[in-house]
Ligand binder design. Sequence first.
Ligand SMILES: Cc1ncc(COP(=O)(O)O)c(C=O)c1O
Length: 385
Amino acid sequence: MWIRPILQYNSETMSKPIPMVDLPKIHAPYQSELDKAVLAVVHSGGYIGGTVVQEFEAKASTYLGAPVIGVGSGTDALQIALMALDIKAGDEVIVPAFTYAASAEVIGLLGAEVVWCDVNESTFTIDPDSVKSVLSDKTAAIIAVHLYGQCADIEALENCAPGIPIVEDTAQAFGASFTRGKYTGRSAGTVGAFGTFSFFPTKNLGALGDGGAIASTNALLLAKAKSIASHGQSKKYHHDLLGVNSRLDPIQAAALTIKLHYLPQALTAKVSIARQYLNAFEPLNEVVLPLPVSFSNHTYHQFTLRVPSDKREGFASFMNECGIATMVYYPIPLHKQKAYAHFEQRTSLSVSENLSNCVISIPVHEALEPPEIGAIQTAVTTYFS
Ligand SMILES: Cc1ncc(COP(=O)(O)O)c(C=O)c1O
């Protein structure tokens, strides 16, 4: 049955544990470019805004195909987007129960009502029919999360909730794009009223600290978001709106400009690793794989398996013994969290509940080497054969 995993792992080819993401190794091929760009900002004395941030915003806009502004984090981006949509007490905002807390937190922070919807079992993303079942005359926005690196089906969502502004939480899917219907070829985060992005270091496009961005093809909305991110100013010391202080740091922008250049090859590498996993794990009866969908490509921010809930802990321990990290995103759906207990549940959230018991993600970062990919395949296959 089980080969002594630790012995197998400590073979000649493998000597270091395999983390979920290995940033020094990812950065190694262009570390000197990063060092130079960051130092240039340090020596420039320009530490807030300026041309380095503008250059990144322009490059990100070109890459995504929609105007982009930088902000302080993905969470700020969500909050500013909702503020620009005038979300306030008395409004309802629909959000999946199966996502990272930030997607829902900002709704509560603005005094609005969090209305949970469920997700689709095989795509992990928002279920348009579930959204339909919780719509009301108070619904003021929907947050659609492009979870794990793949687009939610925004066109289907629009058909189920016509006219309701959609904020695409694209924290996990920078670089993903739609592959079906009227949004074919468009980037995730550019088709809703707003798209919001996180540059948390481990994301598809990760900074060297916190960072985020907001995209919108609606110039008025984006200008409003830009003003809100800068204390609601229309011009210096003229505050027309209540705002916040949320800026993309020039040091982060400098690093992001370089990392954006290397993003296409990083995404290609991740897709190639994911394809190897899909082939290797296909025969495993107990493992449900993240199969491609018709409406989106996949950037594999995460490679997330569904395993029998009673085997997940054992599998995680086995992987750990093999020196391979795993993570559960997310072990508790948000409607079951203490901070959100006061938001009423209006529809079945059974898929979110089931997924939180059976999902587990394995390393899929772009700097994995063939022996590491092989060791991960062997470990998964050994456990479930
Ligand atoms: C789905 C989702 N939304 C929002 C965020 C928040 O981004 P940040 O950490 O940059 O605030 C994250 C970050 O993990 C996320 O995964």
